[in-house]
Each structure stands twice: as C-alpha cells, then as structure tokens.
Ligand binder design. Structure first.
Ligand code: SF4
Length: 312
C-alpha cells in the first residue's frame, strides 16, 4: 500500500547529518520508504507518529512490516523561499529518512523534480544517497551540475554476497545494478562518495568482505567513504534474521541474531571498526574513511582514528 500525504515542511536543518559530515540540511520526499530494507531504522524514528498509520493500529513498525510506503508528491511544489535562503556552503542531502528514487517516489518523479529545483533555484551543494539505480535516469542533470553535487549508492554487501542483499533489501536495486549506476555516473564525470552502510554481521563485517567492498567502489574515485554498523533499534535485526533463515542463509541469520544483545552488539561494533581500518589501510583509502558510530567512544580501544562518535 502506498499512502499519499501532504506535509508542511520540506528542507530541514540537520545537526545529526552535519555531525556525520554528510550535509547541513535534509530533504525527504515522504516519511516511509517503499524499498523495504529489513534493517531500516526509519520506523523506529516514526514510532511516536501514530496519527500517520491509523490503518496499522498507529504503528510505524506494523506499516513497514506490511510493505507500506508513505510518500508526499507535493514536496517539490513546497520548495520555495527556503531555496533562495540556502548558502553555497550548505549541503542538502536527498534523502536522509526515505529514498527519493524508491518505487513510489519514482511514480511521482520526485527525485528529479526535487533535484532540479535544488540545483536551479538554490546555490547549495547537493548530496544524493539512494539504493535505486533509477537515479541514472537523471544523468543529464547530474552531469550539468557536477560542480555542485555528489552521488552515492549504498553498497551493503560484497558482490559475492549480492543474493543476501536481495533478501534484506527486497525492493531496492540489486548490488550489481547500483555498481553499474555508479560506473555510468563516474563515466559522466559526476563526483561519487562511498556509502558502505549498514555493515551487517556475516555480510559486510569481515575484512575479506570489506576488502571486496572497497575494491568495488575504488574505481569511482570516491571523495570519501562513510561506513556504519547496523542500528539495533526496533525490530530490524529480528526481521533480518527471520528473512535470512527463511531464504536458507542460516549461518548469517545466526550471526545477526547473536548481536541482538547489547553486549554482543558492542563487541560487533568494535570488531567492525578494527576490520574497517585494516581493510581501508590495505586498499590505501584510510584517509577517506569515516565510520559513524552511535556511542561516545569512552570505552574505545585500538585505532579509532576514522570514527565519528555521534554521542560525544
Ligand atoms: S532505502 Fe533507506 S530509507 Fe528506504 S527502506 Fe532502505 S534503509 Fe530505509
């Protein structure tokens, strides 16, 4: 089910994404994305917005589990005066909580319409993050404004485990299609950033997995590479575990289940930080790496030079 809403706000300031060094502002084209990634933390962010989901007992989790999406086709029309107020030093991220090229957003051409307004009617820089290869339909616009934008397609698994990503991200583009989109953009001289996120246990946390993932994005000369552990909030890890087990990926399902306890999640994050530093060093891209961790870093041991501690 795709629900249509009309919100009041469009571009918002985002201290969180500023701390992540990704953007100063956020622009979302709805509130719940239809890609259906089982680990998605957006439903947890929406858990108090019960009015949005009367059909699902007021629960964003139930709505998400039922495959619902909530999109706002009026988003581009509401981009007005705030565009002129943006400065050249601002960066607007499209998007932070949803995906402007998700299937329901594509129905209304929201990615292109928002992007075009942002680029033609503001002076801000734009950072595009998507899991949908349909963003290449905008290649003409991306190339025209290549000086003011940077494109990322999340890489959540090495190609050798792409079938696992198909289970976890049922309506997003396959990993190979995302790589092909990055290749097409790179060939059109569109600047690229890396987004290895989330790095799920058993999928993208071993050094061998990460070696492969860095090798996948290095040909596109990324300006920086962000990475993040999976967020344990909400039912995401349970949903991943159940779907992986049903698809026959039993060992990976068990690894996901293992980190559902706080203590094991903390240990997984520490191992991931170490493996990311090692893989980035071996690929010669350690200077580009930024690891986003929702903790204060007080208990950190070992090399954490690439970590941005989001609770410090
Ligand atoms: S693409 Fe992003 S916003 Fe959409 S379901 Fe996946 S994780 Fe959530």
């Amino acid at each position: 089910m795709v629900k249509i809403v009309a919100r009041k706000s469009a571009i918002t300031r985002s201290p969180e994404f500023e701390k992540k060094t990704l953007a100063t502002h956020a622009l979302n084209v709805g509130v719940l994305c239809g890609h259906g990634c089982l680990y998605c933390s957006t439903p947890a962010i929406l858990r108090t917005q019960s009015k949005l989901f009367p059909e699902y007992d007021g629960s964003a989790f139930k709505a998400f589990a039922a495959g619902a999406a909530v999109v706002d086709p009026t988003t581009p029309d509401r981009l007005g005066r705030e565009l002129a107020a943006l400065k050249p030093t601002d960066t607007v991220m499209l998007s932070t909580l949803t995906d402007a090229w998700s299937p329901e957003a594509q129905e209304h051409d929201l990615g292109r319409r928002c992007l075009e307004k942002l680029l033609r009617e503001s002076k801000a820089r734009v950072r595009i993050l998507t899991k949908n290869a349909a963003v290449v339909n905008e290649l003409d616009l991306l190339a025209e404004f290549r000086e003011r934008l940077v494109l990322g397609l999340s890489i959540t698994a090495p190609l050798s485990k792409a079938k696992v990503a198909d289970v976890l991200e049922p309506r997003a583009s396959p990993i190979l299609a995302r790589l092909e989109a990055l290749k097409a953009a790179h060939e059109a001289k569109v600047p690229i950033f890396g987004m290895l996120c989330p790095c799920l246990p058993g999928v993208a946390d071993r050094q061998a997995d990460l070696d492969e993932m860095f090798a996948m994005i290095q040909p596109f000369n990324p300006e920086a590479i962000w990475s993040e552990p999976v967020n344990p909030r909400g039912p995401g890890l349970r949903l991943c575990q159940e779907a992986l087990a049903e698809a026959g990926f039993i060992a990976i399902a068990n690894e996901v289940s293992f980190i559902r306890s706080q203590r094991e999640h903390t240990a997984y994050v520490a191992r991931l930080i170490s493996n990311l530093h090692a893989a980035a060093a071996s690929a010669g891209v350690k200077h580009l790496l930024k690891i986003l961790v929702y903790a204060d870093g007080n208990q950190s041991k070992g090399d954490d030079s690439a970590v941005i501690w989001l609770k410090s």
